[in-house]
Design a protein around this ligand. Structure first.
Ligand code: NAD
Ligand code: DAU
Length: 353
């Protein structure tokens, strides 16, 4: 079996569901269940004997050590993190704690466990660390996309904490020989994404008639990847990636934020027309995010060249699926948008109509 951390969050849960469907191999899913983790997302696995859930903090060395010796996984796929840039600006402490100390603690538990393995179990063990393109900083309009050799230049507390975790993972390979793999991915979207991130935030606020807050001039660029494609990339890297290597994962799909919001509004106008006017009428420009990175873009050619991976979805097909999913799963949104979420929205978007 494999051990997944953060498997009750957006990408982790998509990965676990996808892994069980495609690979059929058992998973122990370790998650602290912060505001971003939801067991409701895993409801379809409720009676699946291949899925075991353990509520634990990756900073808790004893708990992680116990889980490793109980389940004896052949690999660890590490998603657990504080993941929202805006929250990292309001409160960076949790990001350093989980992303840096948590990854360090997990690495140490993994090293102890892996060191005691023998033969094939030891050589085939893998620790896959899921990271982000934000560690590379911000691109100018004409710069080449981030490659695996781009120098790190993180700009937010979130990306700095992820960069710290990447460095620890790298060092545990070089110093101790732990067979690690690192993936650096661009912006994901798709089902089960917490409605604090751009795409689900805009869909849910559009439907509830709230203002759609676009930061600054709306011209910041992100490279969007459908979450199912991220899951297939991680599977490929886990199966065939070379220990010690890093792999960039991206959608070849750069879009300006305002254009993304326009496309979303147009899709909603078609699927769920308003009584009068367009969802575009709800768009509001708001104060920019401090230190807002201007452009991210991923050069994913290494993954294609070495492991044969390419994204399957276009932005049009992925976004249409995503909008339909949110329209069909209003109940999931209502469940996750509980106390903590309301508090976040009230504080962060205080000045937005
Ligand atoms: P998310 O915020 O939706 O989920 C994070 C999960 O981790 C939650 O279930 C949460 O409960 C759990 N968690 C948080 N702290 C924990 C702790 N101390 N111990 C155990 N569990 C803990 O995040 P996501 O968007 O699914 O991102 C998953 C990973 O992918 C993160 O490492 C993130 O940095 C990375 N990533 C995300 C994106 C994106 O666009 N969302 C892109 C590239 C990389
Ligand atoms: O690039 C990968 C990263 O993508 C991941 O590592 C992070 O975990 C993930 O949260 C995401 O970070 P971003 O900051 O790019 O995502 P977010 O959805 O928060 O914002 C996307 C863009 O939209 C960004 O330029 C800021 C803008 N934005 C966001 C929000 C929430 C707005 O204009 N208005 C908003 O209300």
């Amino acid at each position: 079996m494999i051990l997944v951390t953060g498997g009750a969050g957006f990408i982790g849960a998509n990965f676990v569901i996808d892994w069980l469907r495609v690979m059929g191999e058992a998973v122990v899913n370790v998650d602290k269940l912060t505001y971003a983790g939801n067991l409701g997302t895993l409801q379809s696995l409720h009676d699946d004997p291949r899925h075991s859930f353990a509520r634990a903090d990756i900073c808790d060395r004893a708990a992680i050590g116990q889980l490793l010796s109980t389940y004896k996984p052949r690999a660890i796929v590490h998603f657990a993190a504080e993941s929202h840039v805006d929250r990292s600006i309001h409160g960076p402490g949790d990001f350093v704690q989980t992303n840096v100390i948590g990854t360090f603690t997990l690495l140490e538990a993994a090293r102890e466990y892996w060191s005691a393995l023998e033969g094939e179990a030891k050589t085939s063990f893998r620790f896959l660390h899921v990271s982000t393109d934000e560690v590379f900083g911000s691109l100018g309009a004409d710069d080449a996309p981030f490659s695996e050799t781009t120098a790190y230049a993180p700009n937010s507390p979130y990306s700095a904490s992820k960069a710290g975790s990447d460095h620890l993972v790298r060092a545990w390979h070089h110093t101790y020989g732990l067979p690690v793999l690192t993936t650096n991915c661009s912006n994901n979207y798709g089902p089960y994404q917490f409605p604090e991130k751009l795409i689900p935030l805009m869909i849910t606020r559009a439907l509830s008639g709230d203002a759609l807050p676009v930061y600054g001039d709306g011209q910041n660029v992100r490279d969007w990847l459908y979450v199912g494609d991220h899951c297939s990339a991680i599977r490929e890297v886990l199966v065939r990636g070379v220990p010690g290597e890093t792999y960039n994962v991206g959608g070849w799909n750069e879009m300006k934020n305002l254009d993304v919001v326009h496309v979303l509004c147009d899709l909603l106008d078609r699927e769920r027309p308003k009584q009068a006017g367009s969802y575009r009428d709800q768009i509001t420009r708001v104060t920019d995010r401090p230190g807002h990175d201007r452009r991210y873009a991923i050069d994913a050619r290494k993954l294609e060249r070495e492991l044969g991976w390419k994204p399957a979805e276009t932005f049009e097909s992925g976004l249409a699926k995503t909008v339909q999913w949110y329209l069909d799963n209003q109940e999931w949104v209502d469940d996750v948008a509980s106390g903590d979420y309301r508090k976040w929205v009230t504080t962060h978007y205080a000045k937005v109509a």
